[in-house]
Write a protein that binds this ligand. Structure first.
Ligand SMILES: Cc1cc2nc3c(=O)[nH]c(=O)nc-3n(C[C@H](O)[C@H](O)[C@H](O)COP(=O)(O)O)c2cc1C
Length: 205
């Protein structure tokens, strides 16, 4: 029996990993790395997008994106169309972010706002479809507080975001940062990260 999840097209699952840490060698990437290595072992396809490298304007609620139900339709000329296309093309969205003020970092928040309108054609004169209905979404996060006090509000917000958008919430990996004087990454955290990838690949999330 195959022990990896095969999607309905018979291909391996395709991941779109969006990282919202400003630090290229920071805690969030250190936690994400073993996850990516495990995906590679499973020969899963993935795109990795560093959101701080992108030009992402905030949503201005113009509702131009509600006029055509088949496209993103956002008039802002920045890097969001490219991100929309990658997400549209994937099976699993991974939000990898440090917790800042109990939520994700600003470029990820801008992206989430642009997507909740651009993907969900709910806000015109008539209610239209969700263009990303049925995709899975999971969180990989790091925070200073214990995860139950540091990452809980972000997880709850994302759970509601998924329900609203008709996405399948697939769980969260959250690990604590004990401060700049201690080494963040440990064998235990590496193992948690690998296990999280295996869990998603086996569709048990
Ligand atoms: C501006 C800022 C705000 C933060 N806010 C929170 C917070 O609200 N709750 C929390 O648990 N940790 C908070 N932290 C700690 C970070 O989430 C934690 O250090 C994280 O591991 C940093 O990840 P990085 O190395 O990928 O940037 C904050 C850190 C910074 C720099």
């Amino acid at each position: 029996m195959l022990d990896v999840f095969i999607n309905i097209w018979g291909d391996k699952m395709k991941y779109c990993i969006l990282i919202g840490s400003p630090r290229k060698d920071g805690n969030t990437f250190k936690l994400l790395k073993p996850f990516i290595e495990e995906l590679e072992l499973h020969q899963a396809q993935y795109d990795l997008i560093w959101l701080y490298d992108k030009h992402l304007k905030p949503c201005t609620a113009c509702r131009n994106c509600q006029k055509d139900w088949t496209i993103f339709g956002c008039p802002h000329a920045d890097d969001m169309q490219e991100i929309f296309d990658k997400i549209y093309d994937c099976d699993v969205v991974i939000l990898a972010t440090p917790i800042y003020s109990w939520y994700c970092t600003p470029p990820m928040k801008s992206m989430l706002d642009r997507l909740v309108y651009g993907m969900n054609k709910y806000y015109g004169d008539e209610k239209g479809p969700s263009l990303w209905s049925g995709k899975k979404l999971a969180i990989i996060t790091t925070c200073g507080y214990r995860p139950e006090n540091g990452a809980d509000l972000f997880e709850e917000g994302i759970k509601r975001y998924c329900k609203h958008s008709q996405l399948k919430y697939a769980g969260m990996l959250a690990e604590r940062d004990f401060g700049y004087k201690s080494e963040f990454i440990t064998d235990e955290k590496i193992e948690h990260s690998r296990s999280f990838a295996i869990q998603l690949e086996n569709n048990k999330g």
